[in-house]
Design a binder for this molecule. Structure first.
Ligand code: SF4
Length: 566
C-alpha cells in the first residue's frame, strides 16, 4: 500500500449518515478537551454560542486510553481554569520531595537531591496526578461548557477535498474477521466540520496519515519516540504515607550507558505508587524489550524494596514523542489543526507534556474561533495557531531543549556534555540545529544483540501476559486484525535472518509471536502470529518495526485497554 493512502477496514456502503458540526475534535485527552473548553468559551464571547463542538474518543470511556506518569506542571491547567483547584481538579499530591537515584550494579545506588538534582528534574511547585482522573474531570468541564463528547467512536478515515480536511469517517462496527459485515453491522458516519482538530495522542493513526499525505513533517527531524511501561501499585500504609508527594527519577541500571531512558517512582495518595520505565526507541538492540527492561529495573534492590509487601493494581504502556521543537509538524492547514502529543508537544528533558498539551489545545482554539468568526477555515486563517505558539511560553520552553534528545544520539556521555552546554547557551548546545532520524532505522543486526530477559515471578516481576491482564485490554475478536503486516514475506525472508523479528520483543503486550517452527514450511505469506486482542494501543510496533511493514489501524471503537486510575 502506498503510504499516501489510508488503510482501514471500512465496508463499501452506498450512502453513509452525515453529521455536520462546526468543530470536530478527534481524541478526548488533555489537548482535545482543553481545545473544546476554550472553543466554547471563545464562541460565547464572540456571540456565537450556538456553534457546535464535538469530541470523539475511541475508548469505551473517556480516560481509558490515557496513560502518563504523571507529574503535572500546573501552568497549562491554571491558564485554562485560573480557579482549577477550587473547581476540584483532582490531584494526588503536591510535590514534596524530588531526587535522582543513579542505580548501579550490585544493588548500589547514589542519590542526587537538593542542589544536585538536575534542573530539568526539579519538581517543586508541580503536582503528582492521575491523568485518567484529570481527563475525566476535564470531560465534565467540557460537557458543562456545552461540548458534546462521544466515547466509543473511533475515527477511521479522514475525509479530504484535495489537501483540505472536511472531517472524519467513524469506524464501522460489526465487520467480521473475514472483512464482511456481520448481522450487527453498523456503518460509521461521515462527520463533517469547518475545522477538524487531531488530538489523538502519540502517533495518532489519522494524524500520522495526514502528516505523511500532506507533507507536514520535518524530513531532517522525523519524530522520535520512547516507550514507557507503567504499573500502579498499592504498597503498605506506612511506606505509602512516607512516599506521598515524592518524585524519584532513576538513571543507570538496567541500561547503564547503553540507550536513552530511565525510571520513575511517584508517591500518590491512598498508598498508591506510580512506577514506570521509559526507553528511547532509537536503541540499536534488535531484542529491545521495554517490558523486560522494566522488570529488570523493578528487580534492582532499591526499587524492589519500595514494592515489598505491595500488589500491582494496573499495567499499561504508551509511546511518547521525544523529538521536541525540531520534530513538530506544520500545525495547521486547510480545515485542520494538530495538537498535543500528535504534534509533539512534549518536553523530553523534563518528562512533561500535560501542560504543553493543554496549552496547544488552547492556542488552536483561539485560532479556530478567530477564523470561524470571519467565516474562514483555510490554512492562512488558522495560521494564527502557529504564530501564537511561536510567541508563547510553550515555544520558549521547547526552544530551550530543542537539541536535548538528539544530542544523546552520540551516546550518553556526549549527550550529558551537550545537555550541560545547552543549559548555559539557551538550548543551543554544541551544534545549532541537531538533525534526527527515524527510530526504525537504528536497529542493528540481531547477531550484535546483548539484551537479556529477566527471571519472571508472580509477585513483582510479572511476565507480559500477566501484565496484559492488568491492563484490562479487550477487543471483539471477531473483527479484522488492527495490526496489519503489509508485506509478510519481508518478515519471513529478511527480518528473521537480519534482525530476529524484533516485534516479538518490543511489543509490551505480547501481541507478536514467532514460536519455534513458525511459519510452517517457511510460508512467506504467514508473517508473525498476531494476538491483536492483547494490544494496549501503545504504537511501538508502528514506530519501531525496521522495515515499516507493520501498520496500526484503528480497531472498532470501544476496544483497547482500560487504564482506570492510571
Ligand atoms: Fe503496542 Fe503494537 Fe503491541 Fe499494540 S501491537 S501493544 S500498539 S506494540
Amino acid at each position: 500500500m502506498s503510504s499516501k493512502k489510508q488503510r482501514s477496514w471500512q465496508a463499501q456502503v452506498p450512502e453513509r449518515e452525515e453529521l455536520e458540526v462546526d468543530v470536530l475534535i478527534v481524541g478526548a485527552g488533555p489537548a482535545g478537551l482543553a481545545c473544546a473548553i476554550e472553543l466554547k468559551r471563545r464562541f460565547e464571547q464572540q456571540g456565537q454560542g450556538d456553534k457546535t463542538v464535538l469530541v470523539l474518543e475511541k475508548a469505551e470511556e473517556v480516560g481509558y486510553h490515557i496513560l502518563s506518569g504523571a507529574v503535572m506542571d500546573p501552568r497549562g491547567i491554571a491558564e485554562l481554569f485560573p480557579d482549577w483547584k477550587e473547581r476540584g481538579c483532582p490531584v494526588e499530591s503536591e510535590v514534596k520531595f524530588d531526587c535522582l537515584e543513579v542505580l548501579r550494579g550490585g544493588g548500589k545506588h547514589t542519590r542526587l537531591t537538593g542542589a544536585l538534582t538536575p534542573p530539568t528534574l526539579a519538581n517543586h511547585g508541580n503536582f503528582i496526578i492521575s491523568l485518567y482522573k484529570v481527563v475525566r474531570w476535564l470531560k465534565e468541564q467540557a460537557e458543562s461548557a456545552g461540548c458534546e463528547v462521544y466515547p466509543g467512536f473511533a475515527g477511521a478515515e479522514i475525509l479530504f477535498d484535495g489537501a483540505r480536511v472536511l472531517g472524519v469517517q467513524t469506524r464501522d462496527a460489526g465487520i467480521g474477521k473475514n472483512c464482511e459485515p456481520k448481522g450487527t453491522f453498523q456503518p460509521g458516519m461521515n462527520i463533517k466540520a469547518a475545522v477538524t482538530v487531531f488530538a489523538e495522542g502519540t502517533r495518532g493513526s489519522l494524524a500520522k496519515h495526514l502528516i505523511e499525505r500532506n507533507g507536514l513533517g520535518k524530513p531532517d527531524n522525523p519524530q522520535s519516540y520512547g516507550t514507557g511501561v507503567k504499573e500502579l501499585w498499592e504498597i503498605p500504609a506506612e511506606r505509602g504515607a512516607a512516599l506521598l508527594g515524592h518524585v524519584i527519577h532513576t538513571a543507570g541500571a538496567p541500561i547503564g550507558l547503553d540507550g536513552y531512558g530511565g525510571g520513575w517512582i511517584y508517591g500518590q495518595k491512598d498508598n498508591k505508587l506510580s512506577i514506570g520505565f521509559v526507553i528511547g526507541l532509537s536503541h540499536h538492540d534488535a531484542k529491545l524489550d521495554p517490558h523486560a527492561l522494566f522488570v529488570h529495573w523493578k528487580q534492582h534492590p532499591f526499587v524492589a524494596s519500595l514494592l515489598e509487601g505491595g500488589k500491582v493494581l494496573r499495567y499499561g504502556a504508551k509511546t511518547l514523542p521525544y523529538g521536541g521543537y525540531w520534530s513538530m509538524p506544520t500545525l495547521q492547514g486547510d480545515g485542520f489543526c494538530i495538537v498535543g502529543d500528535s504534534a509533539g508537544f512534549l518536553n523530553s528533558a523534563r518528562l512533561k507534556g500535560v501542560h504543553l498539551a493543554i496549552k496547544s489545545g488552547m492556542l488552536a482554539a483561539e485560532a479556530i474561533a478567530g477564523a470561524l468568526h470571519k467565516g474562514d477555515s483555510g490554512s492562512a486563517a488558522l495560521s494564527r495557531y502557529t504564530s501564537s505558539f511561536e510567541a508563547s511560553w510553550a515555544k520558549e520552553e521547547l526552544w530551550k531543549v530543542r537539541n536535548f534528545h538528539q544530542a544523546f544520539d552520540a551516546g550518553l556521555f556526549a549527550g550529558m556534555l551537550d545537555a550541560g552546554v545547552q543549559m548555559i547557551s539557551g538550548g543551543r548546545g554544541l551544534v545549532a540545529h541537531r538533525k534526527g532520524h527515524r527510530d526504525c532505522e537504528t536497529t542493528r543486526p540481531v547477531s550484535e544483540s546483548r539484551l537479556t530477559k529477566p527471571q519472571y515471578d508472580d509477585t513483582k516481576s510479572m511476565d507480559k501476559l500477566t501484565d496484559v491482564y492488568w491492563s484490562g485490554a479487550i477487543h471483539d475478536e471477531d473483527q479484522p486484525s488492527h495490526l496489519v503486516v503489509t508485506d509478510p514475506a519481508i518478515c519471513v525472508e529478511r527480518c528473521t535472518r537480519e534482525f530476529g523479528n524484533p516485534c516479538q520483543h518490543f511489543c509490551p503486550a505480547a501481541v507478536y509471536e514467532w514460536p519455534a517452527g513458525h511459519p510452517a514450511g517457511g510460508d512467506k505469506k504467514a508473517g508473525p502470529l498476531i494476538n491483536a486482542s492483547n494490544c494496549v494501543h501503545c504504537k511501538t510496533c508502528d514506530i519501531a518495526d525496521p522495515y515499516q511493514v507493520i501498520e496500526w489501524i484503528v480497531p472498532e471503537g470501544g476496544g483497547g485497554p482500560k487504564y482506570i486510575d492510571m
